[in-house]
Design a protein around this ligand. Structure first.
Ligand code: KG4
Ligand code: ZN
Length: 369
């Protein structure tokens, strides 16, 4: 069974085809991502109107290419080899989500395919279930993928860390999970992006802070970690403000000094030390809660998902502290992509989950887990 996944919740227009077999093993057949990130870089974050307009331009060519790349039978109607369509309907930016959902609804109607509505955050977790890749994707140097050798076992503890989400969830099985905790304010990726902006580093902030941190001392500035009433809840707003206060103090400025002028006053070595110190406590926060949940629930596997799961520092700290071998999805499958949406769609189709009405499916920008 082959499912086309469509993702457009933020600044990536993405489509992919994933195949699921009778043993529920998933293979990536195609994966196409067009990002409008370059257009947002000059603003230091995603501009919703620009993202929506870029989706309109890219959605049709991206889907066409994903379907063409995946179809083995090169002649005839490529849609005859696609068994269903999965699409992100939330959470995300309203204007962005609409483009993907309308495209998916239209294609489901015109090609007479079942439609599956996917929660973006749940989708991220399913990047961990792809265990093989179409050889023709592997042949291209640019597209080389490293995927886990085997699928994660249930019960599975999932740490979801992205630009919009920070969540810890315990999955007992497919479609049976408990949300253990989540951020009460900013997501971890959002905090990385804001701290990067303050330091004058390019968007997206996670990788640029990671790069800058390599030249810095992670112990230089003891930034505070938020203490939360919920055992597995996070907060990144406090540490982010602590960085602002620290930068103002280093520059000898008062609390009302504008953050946008600080990066011009900080030395490169100070920026590197702030980046390293912030990265250490932000990553430690999520790793410590994951370890705590691991000790309480003793899951058979631990997975990470979301854009921040691409962080080498997160992977290093987790592998060091969690006494289980952790397999990480390819970095290209951690940031937003259609493959994770297609994979969750495969399970929905195979395990007979409810279908969505292609004439009615709406978007839910603030959809929760
Ligand atoms: O999952 P994603 O692509 O989009 C959302 O659903 O939010 O995540 C984007 C976030 C951004 O905040 C970005 O700074 C962060 O993921 N990110 C990283 C890395 N690559 C992307 N953070 C740390 N290290 C990375 N290598
Ligand atoms: Zn995402």
């Amino acid at each position: 069974m082959r499912i086309l996944g469509i993702e457009s919740s933020c600044d990536e227009t993405a489509a992919a085809v994933v195949e699921i077999d009778d043993k529920l093993e998933c293979a990536l057949l195609s994966n196409v991502v067009a990002s409008s990130m370059d257009l947002h870089m000059q603003y230091g974050g995603v501009v919703p109107e620009i993202a929506a307009r870029s989706h309109i331009e890219s959605i049709t060519p991206v889907i066409d290419q994903a379907v063409r790349d995946a179809t083995l039978q090169k002649r005839g109607d490529p849609w005859s080899e696609i068994d269903g369509i999965a699409v992100t309907y939330g959470a995300g930016l309203g204007g962005s989500l609409l483009i993907g959902v309308l495209a998916a609804r239209t294609l489901a109607i015109t090609n007479n395919k079942p439609l599956y509505a996917i929660n973006h955050v749940e989708g991220h977790v399913y990047a961990n279930f792809i265990t093989s890749v179409n050889p023709s994707l592997q042949d291209s140097v640019l597209q080389k993928y490293t995927v886990p050798k085997s699928q994660p076992e249930f019960p599975m503890l999932a740490l979801i860390v992205s630009g919009g989400h920070s969540q810890l969830a315990l999955f007992r099985d497919h479609f049976d999970y408990t949300l253990l905790g989540q951020t009460q304010d900013d997501a971890i990726g959002e905090a990385f992006d804001k701290v990067a902006k303050l330091l004058g580093l390019p968007y997206p902030g996670g990788p640029s802070i990671g790069q800058k941190a390599k030249q810095g001392d992670p112990e230089k500035y003891p930034l505070p970690k938020a203490k939360m009433p919920g055992k597995y809840d996070f907060s990144f707003s406090g540490p982010k403000t602590a960085v602002l206060r620290l930068a103002q103090q280093i520059c000898g400025k008062s609390y009302d000094f504008p953050s946008s002028r600080l990066s011009g006053l900080l030395k490169e070595s100070q920026k590197a030390d702030i980046a390293a110190s912030f990265q250490r406590i932000a990553i430690e926060t999520v790793v410590d809660k994951t370890l705590r949940a691991y000790e309480e629930f003793r899951p058979d596997s631990v997975v990470i998902a979301g854009g921040v799961a691409a962080s080498p520092e997160l992977r290093r700290q987790l592998s060091e502290k969690i006494p289980l071998p952790i397999e990480y999805p390819d970095i290209k499958l951690c940031t937003d992509n259609g493959a994770m949406i297609a994979t969750l769609g495969c399970y929905k189709a195979k395990l007979k989950q409810p279908l969505s009405d292609p004439y009615r499916l709406g978007i839910v920008p603030n959809l929760s887990m």
